[in-house]
Design a protein around this ligand. Structure first.
Ligand SMILES: CC(C)(COP(=O)(O)OP(=O)(O)OC[C@H]1O[C@@H](n2cnc3c(N)ncnc32)[C@H](O)[C@@H]1OP(=O)(O)O)[C@@H](O)C(=O)NCCC(=O)NCCS
Length: 209
């Protein structure tokens, strides 16, 4: 997969400090600990209701540790974009590893993570990260972008809906001893070739494996 480079500068208002500028750029190894810290502050918000705290903490300590980010950065199937505004305040991770059954007919790219620190929700930083994810998908000639989201993550579902995503199926992900079912969302890169629109529904179930 070709490397990504360069950064894009965006200026947005901040409620306390007035106009603020953030940059979206490719991650480098020096970002690993900051990406881990952002993840630790945001991961619980992305989890299904009722997820045991000890499972969340264990996932943060292992899968969201700085060393894991170094591994992701060394993996050519993954791309991480950093949002920086007086320090790292968000990131996205895109992967070309698997394609869900529902999307096999498409050349697709997964948006595996999109995390922004809570105090910058609603600031437009997530929009900038999404914009960069969409441009990467287009650079890679992907026909669609997809992701899995908890059905109770209403804020994220609304955000993805604003960015043209609709439901393509269900999505399963293990955490601790539980396999959670969430929503599989996708959007096409071609506005004239939209997926059949389905009304976004909410709700998720957790079942023992
Ligand atoms: C998901 C995320 C990246 C979105 O970024 P954001 O800056 O919060 O998104 P926005 O504010 O632009 O959009 C959120 C929308 O949800 C709406 N919203 C907020 N709470 C809501 C709720 N409980 N129910 C429904 N909609 C809600 C907001 O009003 C906004 O819609 P609007 O622009 O029409 O008013 C960010 O919230 C985040 O990092 N969350 C934690 C990590 C996470 O869940 N990541 C996604 C994992 S799949």
């Amino acid at each position: 997969m070709p490397p990504v480079s360069g950064g894009v500068i965006h200026s947005l208002p901040h409620p306390a400090f007035g106009p603020m500028t953030h940059i979206i750029r490719a991650a480098n190894p020096g970002d690993a600990d900051a990406l881990s810290a952002v993840s630790a502050r945001t991961f619980a918000l992305a989890c299904s209701d009722g997820t045991p705290l000890h499972d969340i903490d264990a996932y943060i300590a292992t899968e969201l540790a700085g060393e894991r980010f170094l591994e992701h950065m060394a993996d050519p199937s993954k791309t991480i974009f950093v949002a920086e505004e007086q320090g790292v305040c968000g990131y996205s991770m895109l992967c070309q590893e698997t394609t869900p059954e529902e999307l096999r007919a498409w050349h697709s790219l997964e948006l595996r993570r999109l995390y922004v620190v809570p105090e910058r929700h609603g600031s437009g930083i997530a929009d900038s990260l999404m914009e960069r994810a969409v441009s990467l998908a287009k650079e890679r000639q992907s026909e669609c972008l997809w992701l899995g989201v908890s059905g109770n993550n209403h804020r994220a579902i609304r955000f993805y809906s604003k960015h043209g995503f609709s439901i393509a199926g269900t999505f399963h992900f293990p955490l601790g001893q539980i396999i959670y079912e969430g929503l599989l969302l996708s959007r096409t890169m071609d506005p004239d070739n939209s997926f059949k629109q389905m009304p976004l529904r909410v709700g998720t179930t957790a079942t023992p494996p």
